[in-house]
Design a protein around this ligand. Structure first.
Ligand code: ADP
Ligand code: MG
Length: 239
């Protein structure tokens, strides 16, 4: 099977500062890749490079076999969910979710159908007429996910989507994201600094430190056969 996302020898610098080095990643349809590592190690930068929001310094990124070098973010067939929800405050939940479809000129019947599907999936049907400020943190994050889901993209990119939620809600939402991933057969790249989140969600984990992937593999491999001391310490592997 051809990879959905293939990154080769990627490097990224901000001025003289090398933030990502020698990044090689390959994932297939249905994979749930978690990028995990301490704050500042380059996770968000890597996600932004995949999304096309940051230009890369060297290497290549291909999505579904197509080189992305000259492809702007809006043509990459991805949907991104951020930590900070980024909902439009003056629009209702329904209009937040359908906004992208309206911009792309999707017909009204399709908009309504997709909105209904996603609202049912995320259990936000009773909230569709509310404004973002009338929602709890968890409800807002569901709306942000709804906006990504209606795009039905080749690749979902999630940047610490649960880190603003309290511990109990985080555990609930984690389970929901798992279910969503399974029921949609979606392909995900998911950033977190939380090892437990990585272990519960991933089909594949990449452990980063200082812009370098120390190890990439299945959760069991990473946990039971850490490549070095850093991975062992960070993932809490038994010694
Ligand atoms: P993470 O998401 O893992 O916490 P980031 O990708 O946000 O890490 O940041 C990685 C490094 O790159 C940090 O040292 C950060 O200060 C630096 N960095 C991120 N964005 C920029 C930028 N726009 N300009 C300069 N340095 C940046
Ligand atoms: Mg980050």
């Amino acid at each position: 099977m051809a990879p959905i996302l293939e990154i080769r020898d990627l490097a990224k610098s901000f001025g003289a500062v090398d933030v990502l080095k020698d990044i090689d990643i390959s994932i297939e349809k249905g994979d749930f890749l978690v990028l995990v590592g301490p704050s500042g190690c380059g996770k968000s930068t890597l996600l932004n490079c995949i999304a096309g929001l940051e230009p890369i310094t060297a290497g290549t990124i291909a999505i579904d076999g197509r080189d992305m070098t000259d492809v702007p973010p809006k043509d990459r067939d991805i949907a991104m969910v951020f930590q900070s929800y980024a909902l439009y405050p003056t629009m209702s939940v329904a209009r937040n979710i359908t906004f992208g479809m309206r911009v792309r000129g999707v017909d009204k019947a399709t908009q309504d159908r997709k909105l209904a599907e996603v609202a049912r999936l995320l259990q936000i049907e009773p909230l569709l007429d509310r404004r973002p400020k009338q929602l709890s943190g968890g409800q807002r994050q569901r709306v942000a996910m709804g906006r990504a889901l209606v795009r039905d993209p080749k690749l979902f990119l999630f940047d610490e989507p649960l880190s603003n939620l309290d511990a109990k809600l985080r555990v609930e939402m984690r389970a929901e994201i798992r279910k969503l991933h399974q029921s949609l057969g979606a392909t995900m790249v998911y950033v977190t600094h939380d090892q437990i989140e990585a272990m519960t969600l991933a089909t594949k984990i990449a452990v980063l430190k200082d812009g370098i992937i120390h190890q990439i593999g299945s959760p069991t491999e990473i946990y039971n056969r850490p490549a070095d001391m850093f991975v062992a310490d960070f993932m809490g592997s038994p010694s």
